[in-house]
Design a binder for this molecule. Structure first.
Ligand SMILES: [Zn+2]
Length: 536
């Protein structure tokens, strides 16, 4: 009993970043209904386990959890949006400075979940107005759209902020005329604003500011002037005070536009949200401040109520590289491309044989809350396994093959099912007395060749199933075996021999090498088959 309590307490703390006694209790009761008789002592046990757990490091917790499996389906919750009235319109707004990775896909999946649920519209909007640090990549627009479609997300409209500069300039002028924005040229702006003091530019009249705004397009140089939004100068958060809306980047790099005056995201985003009729936004908790900043635009331009915003906590991935880190590794030639097998991009996951449905189930299983979530890619793998296990045919592949001879082995013609549970046909083997094996064969130990016979000390024993025999896979030594290589997710390459029927596997088909792992056929050449590793 104490183990079950500990299991769910630790699981909750790792998965949701906090421990909810009621949810832990619900899970324990579901697994063990008789504990309902004594709820008081159950609560006591849970509280003791919470106390104990708090002393453990994340690593210790994960290590503990490795011993248990968890029912994944029950976590699929029915999520709701607040204040749904009329048509729901939502947007997924990536910066196309590279393709999306599993972390980005969370917002896409959640947005599309709600659009499906409320029969709403999903807009894919490229937030691509940063031409200095996170510079958009021309190819990434198409890549992202492809990945979104591959995730079976219905896109109602695709928009690109870099094609809407005229719109942003028009609204900027309107704000200047209404005295809600001004061009600031102060070098000591930060110093002043930190002290809640306004800078001299703030007091200039709209006509003067319009003149200065025009100069941003001609005379002022990089860093000499920015357009600021007037806020509450006494706002308790300095990041909200007088935030910048446009900046000058003279030599911006961009695949589609040449410009001098570039809108910042906090300006372009609320304009688009209004013009596209966005009703609900899902946003990372780290961007909570954006609401406050962007609220000023809604207020000054009479856009009405700011969209309903739901915040998600941070996902903490172990070893997941960011877009800029990947870009650097590619430039340095350390990895080959965005679908390198060691990465967490959707491109990589597709290449490895992950299914869109598995990614969606995985994302939805994390729910929608503000806690930090430690993401366990093992759970994604197990969602994927639920799908591909049924679809994948089984084959024998022996890595680092060693030849052994079994004395008195009968010559056999056998049929082995392509799948242990579903009738999908057979693979055929003709065996003599020589075999390839992967495992080290120990003296005096009883082994069973899967689907074949038992042997000990390289001598045939019998055919009957024997619980005590160690099950191993094998290949008959024959000339029709196929050379196999598998590109692993750490970029190592494993080589081996495979049964002849692997020749029938089609490109991109996922199979299971029995007793090893799932993988996907990526390349067929005259002398070998190349697979990519999916997962165990
Ligand atoms: Zn100023």
């Amino acid at each position: 009993m104490n183990d079950i309590v500990k299991k769910y307490v630790i699981y909750n703390s790792v998965r949701y970043g906090k421990i909810d006694v009621n949810s832990v209790m619900g899970k324990i009761i579901a697994e063990n209904p008789e504990v309902k008789k004594d709820i008081k002592s159950l609560i006591k046990k849970i509280n003791e386990a919470i106390k104990e757990t708090s002393k453990l490091t994340l690593e210790e917790k994960n290590k503990f959890l490795e011993n248990y499996s968890f029912e994944k389906k029950e976590e699929k919750r029915d999520l709701e949006l607040p204040n749904v009235k009329g048509k729901v319109v939502m947007r997924f707004a990536p910066n196309p400075n590279g393709p999306i990775h599993i972390g980005h896909s969370r917002q896409a999946v959640l947005n599309s979940y709600f659009c499906n649920k409320y029969n709403g519209n999903f807009i894919l909007r490229f937030d691509d107005t940063d031409s200095r640090t996170k510079i958009p990549m021309k190819e990434a627009y198409k890549w992202i759209e492809d990945d979104i479609k591959w995730l079976r997300i219905k896109i109602k409209k695709v928009a690109r902020q870099s094609s809407r500069f005229d719109v942003y300039y028009k609204y900027a002028e309107e704000l200047i005329k209404k005295n809600n924005a001004y061009v600031c040229t102060c070098k000591n702006f930060k110093e002043l604003v930190d002290k809640k003091k306004e800078c001299p530019c703030r007091k200039l009249n709209p006509d003067e500011n319009l003149k200065r705004w025009k100069l941003m397009f001609s005379k002022y140089k990089d860093g000499e002037a920015v357009l600021r939004i007037k806020t509450d100068i006494n706002h308790n958060n300095p990041a909200v005070r007088e935030w910048p809306a446009f900046r000058i980047i003279e030599k911006g790099e961009h695949p589609f536009v040449k410009a001098r005056v570039w809108p910042l995201l906090n300006f372009a985003s609320p304009i688009d949200d209004h013009e596209f009729g966005i009703t609900h936004i899902i946003r990372g908790i780290d961007l909570i401040i954006s609401d406050e900043r962007q609220g000023y635009i809604y207020k000054y331009l009479n856009f009405g109520k700011y969209p309903n915003t739901t915040y998600t906590g941070k996902l903490l991935f172990k070893d997941l590289k960011s877009t800029s880190e990947i870009k650097k590794l590619i430039n340095e030639g350390i990895i080959k491309g965005w679908d390198d097998l060691s990465l967490g991009t959707i491109m990589t996951l597709r290449r490895r044989g992950f299914k869109a449905e598995a990614i969606k189930n995985f994302i939805m299983s994390m729910g929608l809350n503000r806690n930090e979530v430690h993401v366990d890619m093992g759970i994604l793998e197990s969602f994927n396994k639920d799908i591909i296990d049924k679809e994948s045919n089984r084959y024998f592949v022996v890595f680092n093959p060693k030849k052994i001879k079994i004395e008195n082995a009968p010559e056999l013609k056998i049929k082995v099912p392509l799948h242990p549970e579903f009738e999908r046909g057979f693979r055929n083997f003709n065996t003599k007395n020589e075999f390839y094996v992967q495992d080290d064969i120990e003296k005096g130990k009883l082994y069973r060749f899967m689907h074949l016979f038992n042997f000990k000390d390289n001598k045939y024993v019998n055919k009957e199933l024997d619980k005590n025999a160690k099950l191993i896979h094998w290949l008959p030594v024959s000339s029709d075996l196929i050379d196999i290589e598998v590109l692993m997710n750490d970029n190592s390459v494993r080589k081996g021999l495979g049964e002849k029927d692997l020749g029938k596997v089609k490109l991109n088909q996922i199979v299971q090498f029995e007793r090893s792992f799932f993988c996907k056929l990526e390349k067929k050449s005259k002398d070998k088959l190349t697979f990519v590793y999916t997962h165990r």
